[in-house]
Design a protein around this ligand. Structure first.
Ligand SMILES: C[S@@+](CC[C@H](N)C(=O)[O-])C[C@H]1O[C@@H](n2cnc3c(N)ncnc32)[C@H](O)[C@@H]1O
Length: 274
């Protein structure tokens, strides 16, 4: 696996990428909002949404922090974020691995489905940590794909296609079990009070969430075919299987890792990890 920072696997042209991102938001936003709300994010907070994608989480944060707060939406590709400037969000082109951030500036930084795609993850998390105010919150969300498509009565359902798709993604620096790696990345960066948990959806063929998986395969199809890992016939059959309500499957597990930058306590000492 060759780690890269500029080889984001979904950066290739795909007419339905906007739709794919919107379906991902619909699937994961409710759980994300719950977890971000639990940090206490409120009026006046300064927030960074890194790898903001289409911007639904940044827009939600902007409503939450109000005019006295600040939300920055940063991404390699800012085209899909322009609509946010009318919502009081600052939109910046930013590479989380290589580009500097203001030091000790943010109360809350959130990244979902981003770190799993970048090569030097530790460097990225160290950078995010330094951008937090003392006591500030880092919330990382990445997936663990081990159980995806597993089913006790549907042996090998899509397992060949899953393997071929992740092979393409891994060649760009993606890690299919990054959600669990985030715990160690946050610990090694020096964050404290780290709490991690996972959530998963049961998806039925033909529904909106199933379309997220169908568009994932559609986006990756040219690269999968170029590698000779699957045939066009197999991909067509996989798309049919994804629309069949007789199939249901577990999504990836979305792992949320929440940690805080150490803050001096009232005695002036700095808290350390337990
Ligand atoms: C799978 S999308 C997730 C978008 C959004 N966070 C969400 O969950 O809906 C990954 C996003 O991360 C961005 N991205 C990938 N590599 C990045 C990097 N090195 N620095 C900043 N953003 C990056 C992509 O452009 C894309 O918008």
């Amino acid at each position: 696996m060759t780690p890269t920072t500029d080889g984001y696997v979904f950066a290739t042209a795909f007419a339905r990428e906007e739709e794919r991102l919107a379906l991902g938001e619909a699937l994961w936003d409710p759980g994300t909002r719950e977890r971000l709300a639990a940090t206490g994010v409120t009026a006046g907070w300064s927030c960074l949404e890194i790898g903001a994608g289409r911007g639904s989480v940044a827009a939600w944060l902007a409503d939450r922090v109000g005019p006295s707060g600040e939300v920055v939406a940063a991404d390699l590709d800012t085209e899909r974020l322009k609509w946010l400037t009318g919502r009081g969000v600052a939109v910046h082109r930013h590479d989380v691995v290589t580009d500097d951030l203001p030091e000790a500036h943010f109360d809350l930084i959130h990244a979902r489905l981003v770190l799993q795609h970048v090569g030097d993850r530790q460097q990225a998390v160290d950078r995010l940590h330094r951008a937090l105010k003392p006591g500030g919150h880092l919330v990382l969300e990445d997936t663990d794909t081990a159980a995806l498509f597993s089913h006790p009565a549907q042996d090998d359902f899509l397992s060949d296609v899953k393997r071929a798709a992740y092979d393409v993604m891994c060649a760009s620096g993606y890690h299919p079990r990054c959600g669990l790696l985030d715990v160690q990345l946050a610990t090694d960066a020096g964050l404290v009070d780290i709490v991690a948990e996972g959530r998963s959806a049961v998806v039925r063929g033909g529904g909106d969430a199933a379309r997220w998986f169908a568009l994932w395969l559609e986006h990756l199809a040219p690269a999968m075919l170029a590698r000779g890992a699957v045939t066009e016939e197999r991909l067509a059959r996989a798309q049919t299987e994804l629309t069949d309500p007789a199939h249901c499957w577990l999504s990836q597990v979305m792992v949320t890792v929440h940690g805080r930058r150490p803050a001096p306590d009232t005695s002036g000492k700095v808290r350390t990890a337990p």
